[in-house]
Design a protein around this ligand. Structure first.
Ligand code: G6P
Length: 608
């Protein structure tokens, strides 16, 4: 993970570097640092957030026309100032790195033998010394970087400055994202576009193995073989407003409340086109027509979106569907049927495990690959034959919310399309599904209006240490998502079970101190869920039930009920995702945790 920035300009670059790092903090936030070249190379590093490092940079009067910066999520080496980036070699070269270098030990031994002293426990420091070593022998920062990166195995995005060459900096990537921002007489690099939109919208996404030589007035890009290449510049449409909090207190709160809009935007092409293969790109019809089964691969919240889709795909499209955690699939001797569709789901499009699972599937002969992603031009969609971009807009809170519900829309669109291609969706049913989609933003808005009641529940969760979430069928993955949200942002231990599984173990945990949250709208399994709830009540457990009007629940002793909007039918999980998000958010607020940046986590996980 980690976020990196770099800049060369005719003005002080420190404000750009600091603001860019603040935008990238979602990628990691345990320490941060800058190295800036003015008359000499100066560095500031601090553990903690970018704001702390900013304070130190201001106090030390750091300024310069050329510099690099980093915000870290520790992998190799603990959270200390000494392990924070930039790393410096010979007092004259500074480097920032995102990724993991696998052959760092052998490189370290070699560089030690050459006389380099190591000051950190990081794998990144070896890159700084390696480039410095070649800079001394080659006398050119670009060539030195090109030579050094060829000797690295693993993943990296780097930016490097040297006091010997004050008119340029060099950046390179392999396996981690990096883009160039093109300005007027100034140029930038960053891990993602949010860090540069305040200064330029014109960006070049570097490709695997690219090395960029960045000057004031030009950026020269070389591919992995060393050949000079032209990479297309894009005009980014990310708006600055989408990166600001506006009237909200947290990005998570903002993103929860943006869901009616995010869903409406994501639905738009589906309503316009119907369930059509072209929603997934040119050539999709050919690839989707004879699909014999679906294998979904994802991590975290995206995996839970896949679990919901399994119910839809099997029921509506009549296709076998498996859903697997990407980090498990990639190391398993999976049985491949090249006629199966591989679907990767990733908000960021750069989760390493999901990317590697996709590569593994392709190596097994899978050519029908579809990515559901929220970040245009990111690595996973670029490695897939088809793509559906959700239109959630930038998601900054570490806990995924609007990305999840819009992924569900994409998966519903896929289900309808597969069903139609297989002759299982007549015009009347298609119309009915499209109407259900059309009404979804309104139902989601009604679910958001439950916030005051959910806030009252959060009061009761505040001092709990554990919680159980139950659901059945389509709503079981929503129980899983509710438990994940609660644990990751409030640090209350929470688990989810299919309600029918309760009696096979977790019931032993139920007592008056264990709140049990039940997702219980009126669906085919409601009566079964009611029996499971009786099992909890009989053991003194306190129930917190999300139920729609048709479920016929009333508040009684030990049973609290919140009426969710009636959105009967297969899209009900989208509506029921909202109250569990709000419960986690409101509980975390009561407990005073850092909602947007929960401890130990990061949003974009580009390590194993
Ligand atoms: C991290 C994030 C989660 C996210 C997961 C998968 O763990 O904190 O919110 O669900 O990664 O991320 P992806 O970008 O692949 O959807």
């Amino acid at each position: 993970m980690c976020g990196i920035v770099g800049a060369i300009a005719q003005r002080d670059v420190v404000p750009f570097l600091v603001n860019g790092l603040k935008r990238l903090e979602y990628r990691g936030y345990d320490s941060a640092g800058l190295a800036v070249l003015s008359d000499e190379l100066r560095r500031v590093r601090r553990t903690g957030r970018v704001a702390e490092m900013e304070g130190a940079a201001l106090a030390e009067g750091l300024h310069g026309f050329l510099g690099i910066g980093h915000t870290r999520w520790a992998t190799h080496g603990g959270v200390t100032e000494g392990n924070a980036h930039p790393h410096i070699s010979d007092g004259e070269l500074a480097l920032v790195h995102n990724g993991i270098i696998e052959n760092h030990e052998e490189q370290r031994d070699r560089l030690r033998a050459l006389g380099y002293a190591f000051e950190s426990q990081t794998d990144s420091e070896v890159i700084a010394h390696l480039i410095q070593h070649y800079l001394k022998t080659e006398g050119d920062l670009l060539h030195a970087t090109q030579k050094a990166v060829r000797e690295l195995t693993g993943a990296y995005a780097i930016a490097v400055v040297s006091q010997r060459e004050p008119g340029r900096f060099v950046a390179a990537r392999m396996g981690c994202p990096l883009l160039v921002g093109l300005g007027e007489g100034e140029n930038f690099v960053a891990s993602d576009v949010s860090a540069v939109v305040a200064v330029t919208r014109k960006v070049i996404f570097l490709e695997e193995g690219d090395v960029a030589d960045v000057h004031l007035d030009r950026v020269d890009i070389y591919d992995a073989s060393g050949a000079r290449v032209d990479r297309r510049a894009h005009m980014s449409d990310v708006s600055l407003a989408s990166l600001e909090l506006g009237p909200f207190n947290h990005f998570m709160q903002k993103e929860i409340h943006e869901q009616p809009r995010a869903i409406a935007d994501t639905i738009e092409p589906v309503i316009a086109e119907g369930f059509a293969p072209r929603l997934f790109g040119a050539g999709a019809e050919e690839l989707l027509r004879d699909v014999e089964g679906v294998q979904i691969l994802a991590c975290g919240t995206s995996y839970y979106a896949g679990l919901v889709a399994r119910y839809w795909i099997e029921e509506i499209a009549g296709l076998p569907c498996s859903v697997e955690i990407a980090s498990e699939y990639r190391y398993r001797a999976a049985h491949a049927n090249p006629n199966n569709l591989i679907v990767t789901i990733s908000q960021s499009g750069e989760t390493l495990d999901t990317m590697e699972a996709l590569k593994y599937a392709k190596s097994l002969g899978h050519g029908k690959t579809l990515s559901i992603c929220n970040v245009p031009e990111s690595a996973i969609p670029r490695a897939s034959a088809m793509v559906f971009y959700t239109r959630a807009g930038a998601e900054i809170g570490v806990a995924s919310t609007k990305a999840f519900t819009t992924q569900l829309i994409a998966l519903f669109a896929l289900t309808g399309t597969l069903a139609k291609l297989r002759g299982r969706l007549d015009a009347a049913r298609e119309h009915e599904f499209l109407e259900d989609l059309r009404h979804l933003p309104g139902s989601v808005q009604h679910a958001l209006n439950l916030e005051p009641q959910i806030t009252a529940w959060a009061e009761m969760f505040n001092h709990k240490h554990h919680a159980l979430f139950l659901g059945r069928g389509l709503h079981y993955p929503i129980a899983l998502e509710g438990a994940l949200k609660l644990k990751e942002i409030s640090y209350i231990h929470a688990e989810a079970y299919p309600a029918g599984e309760l009696k096979h173990g977790p019931l032993a945990l139920v007592d008056a101190d264990m709140p049990v949250v039940v997702i219980a709208p009126n669906d085919a399994l409601l009566e079964k869920v009611k029996s499971n709830m009786q099992e909890v009540r009989a053991r003194g457990g306190e129930l917190f039930v999300f139920a729609d009007a048709d479920s016929h629940f009333r508040d009684s002793e030990g049973v609290h009920v919140i009426r969710t909007p009636r959105h009967v039918g297969l899209l009900s999980p989208v509506v029921h995702a909202i109250p569990v998000q709000l419960l986690a958010y409101r509980t975390a607020l009561k407990r005073g945790t850092d909602v947007d940046k929960p401890r130990n986590l990061a949003k974009s996980v580009t390590v194993e």
